[in-house]
Design a protein around this ligand. Structure first.
Ligand code: DAK
Length: 257
C-alpha cells in the first residue's frame, strides 16, 4: 500500500510511523487511519522489527479525528465506516508501541497516544479530550484509558471541561513516562525503543499482553494468565540463551525464537 498521509521508516529493529498531515495538525481522517493500521499491521508481522514508534511533528502529534469529515456524518455512516475495527486493530498490536508526542495530542490524538505502551513527551506537548466542545464525547477509549491512567477526578475534569493539560501536568498525573526538551523527544523515544529491541522479542510481546490484561480482569485471573505466559517462555530458545549468557558472563543474542 502506498501511503500519502503517513511516513514509515525503519532504523535497525525499530519501525517508525510518522503521521504526516501537517496542514491540519495531523487530523485523523479515514485515509490516515487506514494507512496507519496497514503500516502497524505490516510492522507487527515483520520479524525484523521489535518495537514501533508512533510520532507526529513538533507542532502536533494529532489534533484529533478530522472534524471536517465527521461534521455531517449520520450514526449509520459512522457505523458503516467501521472505524472502531481500526482502533481495535491498533489495540491488538502485539509489539511494544511507543508514542513520541510533541504539540497537540487532542481527542482521538490523545486516545491514539494512550493506545501506546509508553509515552515520551516533549515540553511543548498538550493533551486533552476536547470533544465536549463539539457536542460529543471521547469515542476511541478516552473515557476508559484516561480514567485508568490518571484517575476518576482528573479524567472527569478533562473530559467535562475539554481543557488541555501541559506535558508537565501529564507527567505529574502519570499520563506520560517522561518529558524532554522538544529537540529530544524523538531521540529519547528511539533510545527506549532500541533498549526494548535488544531484549527477547517473544518475552516482550507476552509481557505486554500480560500488563494489558490487568486492565480487564480480576487479580486472580490476571495472575493465572501471567503464570501461563511465564511457563510458555520456557519453551523459547531465547530463554535458554538469556540464562546461558548470564551464566557464561556474556551478552545474550536473542533471535525471537
Ligand atoms: N480536524 C480537522 N481539521 C483540524 C483539526 C481537526 N481535529 N484540528 C486542526 N485542524 C485544522 C484547522 O482547521 C486549520 O485548518 P485551516 O483553517 O488552516 O484550513 C489547521 O488545522 C490549523 O489549525 P488552527 O488554525 O486551528 O491552529 P491553532 O494553532 O489556532 O489551534 C488547536 C490549534 C489544536 C487548538 C485547534 O486547531 C483545535 O482546537 N483543533 C481541534 C481540536 C479538537 O477539537 N479535537 C477533537 C476532535 S474530535 C471515533 C474515534 C475517535 C473520534 C471520533 C470517532 N470513532 C471510532 C468513530 C475522535 C474524535 C475527536 O478527536
Amino acid at each position: 500500500m502506498a501511503y500519502t498521509t503517513i511516513l514509515v521508516t525503519r532504523e535497525d529493529r525499530v519501525g517508525i510511523i510518522t503521521l504526516n498531515r501537517p496542514d491540519v495538525l495531523n487530523a485523523l481522517n479515514l485515509q490516515l487511519m487506514e494507512e496507519l493500521v496497514d503500516a502497524l499491521d505490516t510492522l507487527d508481522r515483520d520479524e525484523t522489527i521489535r518495537c514501533i514508534i508512533l510520532t507526529g511533528n513538533d507542532r502536533a502529534f494529532a489534533a484529533g479525528a478530522d472534524i471536517r469529515e465527521m461534521a455531517e456524518a449520520s450514526p449509520v455512516e459512522l457505523l458503516l465506516r467501521n472505524q472502531f475495527a481500526r482502533w481495535d486493530r491498533i489495540r491488538r498490536v502485539s509489539k511494544p508501541l511507543i508514542a513520541a508526542v510533541s504539540g497537540y495530542a487532542l481527542g482521538g490524538g490523545c486516545e491514539l497516544a494512550m493506545h501506546c505502551d509508553i509515552i515520551i513527551a516533549s515540553e511543548t506537548a498538550r493533551f486533552g479530550q476536547p470533544e465536549i466542545n463539539l457536542g460529543i464525547m471521547p469515542g476511541a477509549g478516552g473515557t476508559q484509558r484516561l480514567t485508568r491512567a490518571i484517575g476518576k477526578y482528573r479524567a472527569m475534569e478533562m473530559v467535562l471541561t475539554g481543557r488541555m493539560i501541559t506535558a508537565r501536568q501529564a507527567e505529574a498525573w502519570g499520563l506520560v513516562n517522561r518529558v524532554v526538551p522538544v529537540e529530544l523527544y524523538l531521540e529519547e523515544a528511539k533510545r527506549v525503543a532500541r533498549e526494548i529491541a535488544a531484549r527477547a522479542p517473544v518475552a516482550a510481546r507476552l509481557a505486554k499482553a500480560s500488563v494489558l490484561k490487568s486492565f480487564d480482569t480480576t487479580i486472580e485471573g490476571g495472575l493465572d494468565y501471567e503464570r501461563m505466559l511465564f511457563y510458555l517462555l520456557f519453551a523459547t530458545e531465547d530463554q535458554k540463551e538469556g540464562m546461558r549468557a548470564f551464566l557464561e558472563k556474556r551478552q545474550p543474542e536473542f533471535t525471537g525464537r
